[in-house]
Write a protein that binds this ligand. Structure first.
Ligand SMILES: Nc1ncnc2c1ncn2[C@@H]1O[C@H](COP(=O)(O)OP(=O)(O)O)[C@@H](O)[C@H]1O
Ligand SMILES: [Mg+2]
Length: 391
């Protein structure tokens, strides 16, 4: 489809601007509307330009450029920022993406990569709203009492805190879920209402049907109030809910039930990352091994599954290396055992960081959320451009 996308180019290097302009001239429907060697001027015009693509070189004066990108996104959320840099380290890429850049391209810019990025941007514009920046994370185990809900809830809270972007937390334990209780919420609407109405709700109505956690950017869809209602929810409805949420949320965290049914599989299929939760005891490790067999049958890649040990204590009889050997998967993260703090959080209906932000488990969740978010950003980048994925 032919469309007119205005492109603003901010780069102090004249040669680099010429190269980019020549690459752009070969792409249908995009045209340079302005070029700037002066960053201040470039960013101030971009802030007023509505829907546009802003290509900006962040090679020099990185911190300033990052803060300019943040500022621009706050003033003009429709600006699609493409950051360029002659340093393509994971740190810089993550900083740029966190600030709000949609894409990153290493300098010197290679024509095929550049054009691929623009084709992706145009594709996104053609679909009414962009969905590819939303990341779906599930917590899973085929055993109860392992810590799935604790992890989903605390991870979602921390992701909202660090990103300040919208995070959805969904309770797929459709019979007797715990998410609402863990956050002391009494949702007026739950999963059954959202599922029944998903095709008729616009983005605002969908947001209103969710329950916001205090004054944060975390929104919850709780399990249905009555068990009867949960039976009617279908896998197709779950897929539609995820598709709708992807348009408006940066992260979706799903607390998946222990039942392996079509709804669970729909959620797992649609997840970018499955956190397979285990604790260090023999029965739990055996069932973790069975989950890995299931994922293998479902054809999931290794990158999609991360093994998390909950309630971890040093000097266990069973060593981490033993678990890795049995499960044939490296341990990605360990959450320390801290029963008192966890129980106190659950009983008060708050995340652990509200009980004691300095508790080992609260600090651990914060680091865990950063690691997960960085991993998902770098995954997306390395999928897009293998060249700069020195990650
Ligand atoms: N890091 C931890 N340390 C100690 N106890 C924990 C930890 N995480 C969770 N628990 C406890 O484990 C129990 C089960 O947790 P829950 O999140 O409900 O598991 P699931 O959702 O897998 O059934 C709860 O009593 C909770 O307090
Ligand atoms: Mg649970």
């Amino acid at each position: 489809m032919d469309r007119n996308l205005d492109v603003l180019l901010i780069d102090s290097d004249e040669n680099s601007r010429s190269v980019i302009k020549s690459y752009l001239s070969e792409i249908n429907g995009v045209g340079i509307s302005a070029e700037f060697s002066n960053f201040e001027r470039g960013f101030s015009i971009a802030a007023e330009s509505g829907k546009c693509a802003v290509i900006v070189d962040i090679s020099e004066n990185l911190e300033r450029a990052i803060s300019d990108i943040k500022d621009l996104k706050a003033k003009n959320k429709d600006a699609l920022v493409i950051a360029l840099s002659n340093r393509a380290s994971a740190d810089i890429i993550i900083k740029a993406m966190r600030a709000g850049a949609k894409e990153f391209i290493a300098k010197p810019v290679i024509k095929s990569e550049f054009q691929e990025v623009f084709q992706n941007i145009i594709k996104d514009l053609d679909s009414t709203e962009s969905t590819d920046s939303c990341k779906i994370i599930s917590t899973f185990s085929n055993k109860g009492g392992i810590g799935k809900t604790s992890i989903a809830v605390n991870l979602a809270v921390e992701l909202a805190q660090i990103s300040k972007e919208k995070v959805a937390l969904i309770d797929l334990n459709l019979q007797l879920g715990d998410v609402a209780t863990f956050l002391d919420l009494t949702p007026p609407f739950a999963m059954d209402y959202v599922a029944d109405n998903i095709n008729n709700l616009d983005q605002d109505e969908l947001l209103k049907a969710m329950t916001r956690y205090k004054n944060t950017s975390l929104y919850v869809i709780a399990d249905p109030l009555s068990i009867d209602k949960s039976k009617d929810i279908t896998a197709e409805q779950i897929k539609c809910i995820l598709t709708a949420l992807k348009k408006n949320f940066s992260y979706i965290v799903i607390d998946i039930g222990t039942n392996i049914d079509s709804k669970t599989i729909a959620a797992l299929d649609n997840s970018d990352l499955i956190l397979l939760i285990a604790i260090v005891n023999l029965p739990a490790i055996r069932s973790t091994q069975r989950c890995m067999d299931l994922f293998d049958k479902l054809g999931y890649s290794q990158e999609k599954i991360k093994l998390v040990l909950n309630r971890y204590m040093e000097n266990e009889d069973i060593k981490t290396s033993d678990i890795e050997e049995v499960v044939k998967q490296k341990v990605y993260w360990k959450i320390p055992n801290n029963y008192l703090t966890m129980m106190s959080a659950i009983n008060k209906g708050v995340p652990v960081n509200e009980i004691n932000p300095d508790a080992n488990v609260a600090l651990n969740y914060k680091e865990f959320a950063s690691k997960v978010s960085d991993y998902l950003i770098t995954q997306k980048l390395s999928k897009n451009y293998n060249r700069e994925a020195r990650i």
